[in-house]
Design a protein around this ligand. Structure first.
Ligand code: UD1
Ligand code: CA
Length: 460
């Protein structure tokens, strides 16, 4: 695949700089593996590259190299080791030999995850024939590199540490992102030196070198909220907040009601029908699909799951890797674990845990139960405190309950076991053998009264 917006012949390759240590994170974890909205920083940046349909993604890594590679086993990544790390210019120089010299290079930063694809597309267009930098104007330009212009044209970038007080007063900053023909970068990079405050080879120096050589430098602007980088945990928390707000706004735009957008976290992808309502403190992770008119109560966590139309998930539920049918009611306080599959009109009540449980239409498990490795037919009523004893210490076994069965409260179903259609299990029964269709089974011992018995009292 090649980038073809106006330059059909141009092959676009992305280089992600991600070798830095992230000293200011004070962490054993490499900076680019720190999670933002549940996904490592580098994951967000890889998504930026892939959104542009690049022909190749090169990731320059170094600090925590093995951990970083292990976290991203995707075969489309070309790993480039930078050891030792001698600056952003040195980092890009390690990757260039692996880039086609006919390509346009887009440089992305492993610690700058919020760039919008549309902004990057503009940068890529500007960088097809010349060096193009992405800048932003900030109220508080902090420690970002500053853009120096002459007669309107970009002349040079000065790093904060090397900048004079006048230069530090400039509000236009370098986002770090740039695009240029690979062949141009290969010519400029070897001329970058390291005579600066950090004794590093700065990628930003290629701008000054290009301007000196009489080349014009294209620039495009980004909005402040997309160029924020992570250098500290404080930055990370602030980006989390920015991304949460952005996603909440997108979800509202999609037509979903959020009772309080400030208390809603989408850490993945939401596919929603019409008139969905989400109460406060809800976290959605991975890929979540909500049908029409689904209502999610407060304090629910839903991960990689599908919820059918007209279903209500009441407050304080955790639902993961599950599929809930239409017109169901789940919770309050239900834990729906991986492999739970509910058909329509199923009721899962409070303090009910399900795992690998298929529950057919209209069945109810309303109170205090554990149903795991089970197949429940339709119209089944499972009484309070029913437990599937699915694990014998070595292997898991299945419980099968036929349509219309009635399981009395406090029942233990010792798997593997089958309860027939229409069968009734009396309260307090331990079911160890299959129950035939339509029969009643009881296993509890008869109640007896011991007359004149006294409870032992304490002596003295
Ligand atoms: C860099 C820019 C600065 C810009 C800012 C934007 C330079 C010299 N400075 O500064 O102008 O305002 O980004 O966020 O480019 N990296 C490597 N190998 C290295 C050094 C860094 O791969 O040897 C990677 C880091 O992992 C990081 C990125 O490059 O992802 C930026 O490095 P960092 O040290 O954070 O640069 P800044 O000081 O933020
Ligand atoms: Ca940085």
């Amino acid at each position: 695949m090649s980038y073809d917006a106006g330059h059909p012949a141009m092959r676009l390759e992305a280089v992600i700089l991600a070798a830095g240590k992230g000293t200011r994170m004070r962490s054993a974890l490499p900076k680019v593996l720190h999670p933002l909205a549940g996904e490592p920083l580098l994951g967000h940046v890889l998504a930026q590259a892939r959104a542009l349909d690049v022909a190749a993604v090169h990731v320059v890594h170094g600090h925590g190299a093995e951990a970083v590679r292990r976290r991203f086993p995707e075969p489309d990544i070309r790993w480039v080791l930078q050891e030792p790390q001698q600056g952003t210019g040195h980092a890009l120089a390690q990757a260039l030999p692996g880039v086609s010299d006919k390509a346009e290079v887009l440089v992305l930063y492993g610690d700058v995850p919020l760039l919008r694809p549309a902004t990057l597309r503009r940068l890529v267009e500007a960088g097809a024939r010349q060096l193009a930098v992405l800048t932003a104007v900030l109220d508080d330009p902090a420690r970002y590199g500053r853009i120096l212009r002459q007669g309107g044209a970009v002349q040079r970038i000065v790093e904060y540490r090397d900048a004079s007080p006048e230069e530090r007063a400039i509000l236009e900053i370098n986002t770090g992102f740039l695009a240029a023909p690979a062949e141009l970068l290969s010519r400029l990079l070897p001329r970058v030196g390291n005579r600066n405050a950090q004794k590093e080879y700065y990628l930003t120096d290629v701008i000054g070198l290009a301007a000196q050589a009489g080349l014009t430098i294209a620039d495009c602007q980004a909005v402040p909220d997309e160029i924020l980088g992570v250098n500290s945990r404080r930055d990370l928390a602030s980006l989390e907040d920015t991304l949460r707000k952005r996603r909440a706004a997108e979800v509202l735009e999609q037509g979903v009601s959020l009772l309080d957008p400030g208390r809603f976290d989408l850490r993945g992808e939401l596919i929603a029908g019409i008139d969905v309502e989400i109460d406060i403190n809800v976290i959605l992770e991975g890929r979540v699909e909500l049908g029409d008119r689904v209502r999610i109560g407060p304090n629910c966590v839903i991960r990689n799951s599908t919820i059918g139309s007209d279903t209500t998930v009441r407050e304080n539920c955790v639902i993961e890797e599950a599929s809930v049918g239409e017109h169901c009611v789940v919770g309050p306080f239900a834990r729906v674990r991986p492999g739970s599959e509910f058909a329509e009109h199923v009721h899962i009540g409070n303090f009910v845990e399900t795992k690998k449980a298929q529950v057919a239409r209209g069945s109810k498990i309303n109170h205090l139960s554990y149903i795991g490795d089970a197949e429940i037919g339709s119209g089944v009523n499972i009484g309070a405190g029913t437990i599937t004893c699915n694990y014998d210490g070595v292997a898991k076994h299945r419980t099968r309950i036929g349509d219309g069965a009635f399981i009395g409260s406090g029942t233990q179903l010792v798997a593997p076991v089958r309860v027939g259609r229409g069968a009734t299990v009396g309260a307090g029964t331990t079911v160890t053998r299959d129950v035939p269709d339509d029969e009643l089974v009881l296993s509890r011992t008869r109640q007896k009264v011991v007359p004149g018995w006294h409870r032992p009292g304490k002596k003295g």
